[in-house]
Design a protein around this ligand. Structure first.
Ligand code: FAD
Length: 385
């Protein structure tokens, strides 16, 4: 099947999103119009099967689209990523015949916005543990009390997918994954004022007995690593779509660097900087580094779509591609800044925004420590003692 990214993200839509990006960055606001236009274009349901009203795309195609969106507005792409993660996990479930997340697909098809409420202050167990109390209500409902940090899409989400720890059931402890609505039991702080990725508006979310209906309690699993599809689903979709956002940032930085060196001329030689051998070497290096990532992301995303069996290698492969994408993107943006010269140091210059935005990549799971620990364990076995 031939795939035309412009069918889902037309050039004119991308141009409008690109024009608005510096405004949201400067004013520290959520890109409401980006979201509205993306919703109208069917972007919120790209990963929903056609039978449930979506576009029926695979993760491989979604990854290409997220790279394309990130070239226009990294923060918009990162925020939408969180919604795409849940719809991607729902696709992992339905592709494998695991029931339970159809309501996510139906909700996305209706225009619901799903946020990702996993991160908590000081919880470096991330998916494998939680400081949020998940309390069973005896009727299948759970209530959640705790604080989630960095909740992207904070001003606009309509459903929050989260996890918490059940310590009171007879079979406790269990990690509970569920979806809640936006009610009075949820408070969103206005505390997002960051160096970059400002338009994600990833604010702190306080849960005070926020209830999930029985049909929205999707998983109860043992804390810690395990084979449950919720862990594989989140891990695979999250790492690949994140890698896509940062790879898209690198693509844009490379394009801007190429443009700039064609426009700057040297008084020394009278020639454009694009004729300077040192600059050419630098641009070539950026391209050589960038070119490795899109095929790596595509191959792994296809493996997820086609349910390839990568066994225990999955975790090294997935955390590895996210790590490489971010390290590459950070370096490419750095090189682009050097190539473009002092003009890129001005706040109004797009490269200076990319420089701030790309830094966020290092903080998302899998962070460098976790990616290295996974790779080291795969090669050397677990740490002793
Ligand atoms: C732009 C951006 C968007 C993101 N979007 C999402 C999202 O939508 N959903 C999501 O789940 N995650 C999201 N994340 C979170 C991200 O994946 C990481 O979890 C986050 O960056 C925290 O990283 P850290 O553990 O290194 O931070 P740390 O600096 O260790 O901790 C982060 C904050 O938690 C507090 N803290 C640290 N330790 C403790 C402690 N022991 N007790 C209490 N408080 C403590 C501190 O105030 C600190 O500022 C986003 C991150 C970024 C940068």
């Amino acid at each position: 099947m031939s795939f035309d990214p412009a069918q889902f993200l037309p050039d004119d839509l991308l141009d409008r999103i690109r024009e608005r990006a510096p405004i949201h960055d400067r004013e520290n606001t959520f890109p409401d119009r980006d979201l509205a236009e993306l919703r109208d274009a069917g972007y919120l349901k790209i990963l929903v099967p056609t039978a449930r009203g979506g576009a029926g795309l695979g993760l491989e195609q979604a990854a290409i689209l997220q790279q394309r969106l990130a070239t226009a507005a990294p923060a918009t792409a990162l925020a939408i990523n969180m919604h795409l993660v849940w719809t991607g996990v729902a696709k992992v479930f339905s592709d494998r015949g695991v029931p339970g997340l159809e309501f996510v697909q139906d909700g996305a098809a209706r225009g619901e916005v799903f946020a990702f409420g996993i991160s908590e202050g000081g919880n470096d167990l991330v998916l494998f543990g939680s400081d949020t109390a998940a309390v069973p209500q005896g009727d299948g409902r759970y209530t959640f009390t705790g604080t989630k940090i960095f909740t992207s899409l904070a001003p606009v989400w309509t459903k929050l997918g989260l996890h918490g720890l059940d310590t009171t059931s007879p079979d406790a402890p269990k990690l509970v994954f569920a979806f809640i609505d936006r009610t009075d039991a949820v408070t969103t702080s206005d505390d997002w004022d960051t160096l970059g990725m400002r338009a994600t508006q990833s604010r702190t979310t306080r849960l005070n007995g926020a209830a999930a209906a029985p049909e929205h309690v999707v998983r109860r699993i043992d804390p810690g690593p395990g084979p449950d599809p919720i862990i594989f689903g989140i891990f695979s979709v999250f790492e690949l779509l994140l890698a896509s956002v940062y790879t898209g940032i690198a693509r844009r930085a490379l394009d801007l660097a190429v443009l700039t060196v064609q426009q700057r001329t040297s008084k020394k030689t009278g020639l454009a900087y694009s004729q300077d051998p040192d600059i050419r070497w630098r641009i070539a290096g950026m391209s050589l580094a960038y070119d490795a990532l899109p095929p790596q992301i595509a191959a792994l995303a296809r493996d997820v779509d086609e349910q390839a069996d990568n066994g225990t290698r999955w975790f090294t492969l997935l955390s590895g591609v996210k790590h490489r994408a971010v390290v590459m993107a950070k370096d490419v943006v750095d090189q682009a800044i050097l190539t473009a010269g002092g003009g890129s140091y001005f706040s109004s210059n797009e490269l200076s925004r990319l420089y701030r935005d790309v830094l966020a990549g290092m903080f998302h799971p899998s962070d460098p420590e976790s990616a290295h620990a996974t790779a080291a364990s795969a090669l050397l076995g677990p740490l002793e003692g």
